[in-house]
Design a binder for this molecule. Structure first.
Ligand SMILES: C[C@H](O)[C@@H](O)[C@@H](O)[C@H](O)C(=O)O
Ligand SMILES: [Mg+2]
Length: 430
């Protein structure tokens, strides 16, 4: 039973100095500090249960997202949780249609990241109160209730409420791939060492960052292919580095390493550009994957309509939380495009596992061509970290959205006053 009125919302700027080790680096984000705007909501109920939500950011960007969360807070404060989830579509729309904040969106950019952080906290609170992990809350939910969480505005030309109800259907771990061996910030030795260890741990699918320098890419891809052999799966990720013709040309050269997909070959807003690249590369056996910087369900709709992608990468913090992700999962099902979520960031693996397990049980009912990203960073800071066994995500059992961080970690990494930053900042200023 949902209970309580939201009595407090706090948001903190939490940053991990991952750039120091080159973790997370790609062709466009060369010094990423994995960070989160960390939202905690409390209620006046006596159970003391708190909802924790994050959105993933990089370093200084967190400051801006924190401001946006504060600007949205009045929509949540003093609301009954029962009223929020009883009309979740209405609540989602209230947040995304705020007459003043919508101007700096709408439903994209900083305000949308902030919306995700707030709504992720609401989902965590709701699931904790029900004593279920979010994926189970979704799986058990009456289909009408589930569909009532989705805002269908702008997508009814491809997916209506009735349609969505039909797509509903009613399992061991969910297959994963690793990105952690081949960040662009790693030396060849580190790459070899991490790859050897990953093979020992049972990984069979690997993603490599490309796009900054062709010769460098050729060398690194050769190293990985030699190590993993011809049968295992290799994905490539350019993080938006190329123009359209450049993407086709570059990937034609990397085609010999047999990548399953090239991810974010160009601007995430260029739907027709993705379609052009897809047309050129599919005959070479290379699919297009994109989505980690896809603003909202409307852009996903158009990517699907334009046949611009073969693998759809939802992101638990870029879209408006579970609500908007549900609409994208259902559209992907309609267009028969496999969903392979993005998880390269802090906390994203924790969140997205719920969505993908729900997708498998209730929507796609298939593992064909489906695999969820895994990065082996910063899980130790979460109270309920992901569990990987034999290169698969094991379904989380703890109530909530797995978003709660350890208080000690938050304190240490809070920017700029946490212990970690107090030590680092004077050194960085020198
Ligand atoms: C800056 C980040 O690490 C990105 O490089 C990362 O999210 C990446 O695109 C991924 O696919 O995991
Ligand atoms: Mg990526």
């Amino acid at each position: 039973m949902v209970r309580g009125r939201i009595s407090r919302l706090s948001v903190r700027d939490v940053r991990f100095p991952t750039s120091l080790g080159g973790h997370g680096a790609d062709a466009m984000h060369t010094d990423p500090d994995y960070s989160a705007a960390y939202v905690v909501i409390e209620t006046d109920a006596e159970d003391g249960i708190k909802g924790c939500g994050i959105t993933f950011t990089l370093g200084k960007g967190t400051e801006v997202v924190v401001c946006a969360v504060n600007a949205l807070a009045h929509h949540v404060l003093n609301k009954d949780l029962k009223d929020i989830v009883g009309d979740f579509r209405g609540f989602y729309r209230q947040l995304t249609s705020d007459g003043q904040l919508r101007w700096i969106g709408p439903e994209k950019g900083v305000v949308h990241l902030a919306t995700a952080a707030v709504l992720n906290a609401v989902w965590d609170l709701w699931a904790k109160q029900e004593g279920k992990p979010v994926w189970k809350l979704l799986v058990d939910m009456d289909p009408r209730m589930l569909v009532s969480c989705i805002d269908f505005r702008y997508i009814t030309d491809v997916l209506t409420e009735e349609d969505a109800l039909e797509k509903q259907m009613l399992a061991q771990g969910y297959p994963a791939y690793t990105t952690s061996c081949a960040w662009l910030g790693y030396s060849d030795d580190t790459l070899k060492q991490l790859c050897a260890q990953a093979l020992k741990d049972g990984w069979t699918r690997f993603k490599v960052k490309v796009g900054a320098d062709l010769q460098d890419d050729m060398r690194r891809c050769q190293i990985i292919r030699d190590m993993i052999g011809p049968e295992k799966t290799l994905m490539m990720d350019a993080n938006q580095r190329w123009d359209v013709p450049e993407a086709v040309e570059w990937m034609s050269k990397l085609a010999k390493f047999k990548p399953l997909w090239i991810e974010e070959p160009t601007s995430p807003d260029d739907i027709l550009g993705h379609a052009t690249i897809s047309k050129a590369l599919v005959p070479l056996g290379i699919g297009i994957a994109t989505g980690e910087q896809c603003h909202n369900r409307v852009i996903f709709k158009q990517l699907l309509q334009a046949k611009a992608l073969q693998f759809l990468q939802i992101d638990s913090c870029r879209l408006g939380s579970v609500n908007e992700n549900l609409s994208v999962l259902l559209m992907a099902k309609k267009f028969e495009i496999p969903v392979c979520p993005h998880a390269g960031g802090v906390g994203l693996c924790e969140l997205v596992q719920h969505l993908i397990i729900f997708d498998y049980i209730s929507v796609s009912a298939s593992l064909e061509n489906r695999v969820c990203e895994y990065v082996d960073h910063l899980h130790e800071h979460f109270k309920y970290p992901v569990m990987i066994q034999r290169a698969s995500y094991m379904p989380p059992k703890d109530p909530g959205y797995s978003t709660e961080m350890k208080e000690e970690s938050v304190k240490k990494h809070q920017y700029p006053d946490g212990e970690v930053w107090k030590k680092l900042l004077p050194a960085q200023e020198n």
